[in-house]
Design a protein around this ligand. Structure first.
Ligand code: HEC
Length: 156
């Protein structure tokens, strides 16, 4: 525990990337300064597939907003909620920092809430504000992490 405290003290005044390095699975910054998640090609593919589902879902939502079709907004949002979460293999889970997983869960929870509110309030601008706040979490996570795989690293 002493070592942990010393580590904690050392990183307290540093930036977020440095702070993340105190995590049990150290995530050294990559060339662009973001923390690196070292994953296998299969694990990377799994995460990126989920990400593309997010982008596709957000695309559906914006189309529905354009038509002021709130049931369709709710449906697209719900598709990105908790029901999109599938079992994360334990080896992958062990490689993902706590903050990363929490941010991911929080985005899924947000979409469930957006779906509920879109159904009950049917208020385009309220829902758009919620979506914007959630997209801010996408932005924040992307600014913090990148994925690298040994296979890709040997290519350049
Ligand atoms: C908990 C962290 C996290 C959250 C939250 C998150 N992402 Fe990502 N996303 C990543 C990481 C890490 C990558 C890989 C980036 C890299 O290696 O440069 C990624 C990659 C992507 C990609 C590229 C997919 C590909 O095939 O290359 C898209 C698109 C994407 N995210 C969309 C989103 C959207 C939209 C949201 C929010 C609704 C979101 N992400 C939320 C971490 C996150």
């Amino acid at each position: 525990m002493k070592i942990c405290h010393a580590l904690l003290a050392a990183v307290l005044s540093l930036n977020m990337t440095a702070a993340l390095a105190q995590d049990a699975h150290a995530h050294a910054p990559g060339h662009d300064g973001r923390a690196v998640l070292e994953l296998t090609p299969g694990e990377r593919a799994m995460i990126l597939e989920e990400m593309r589902m997010f982008l596709a879902g957000v695309q559906k939502m914006t189309g529905a907003f354009g038509k002021q079709d709130m049931p369709a907004v709710a449906e697209a949002a719900r598709g990105m909620g908790q029901k999109m979460v599938h079992e994360v293999p334990p080896e992958l889970r062990a490689k993902l920092p706590m903050e990363f997983r929490q941010q991911g869960f929080s985005v899924h929870r947000d979409f469930d809430q957006i779906a509920l509110d879109a159904d009950s309030m049917k208020d385009v601008s309220y829902s758009l504000n919620q979506l914007s706040a959630t997209l801010q979490k996408c932005v924040a996570c992307h600014a913090t992490y990148q994925i690298q795989t040994p296979a890709l690293n040997t290519m350049h």
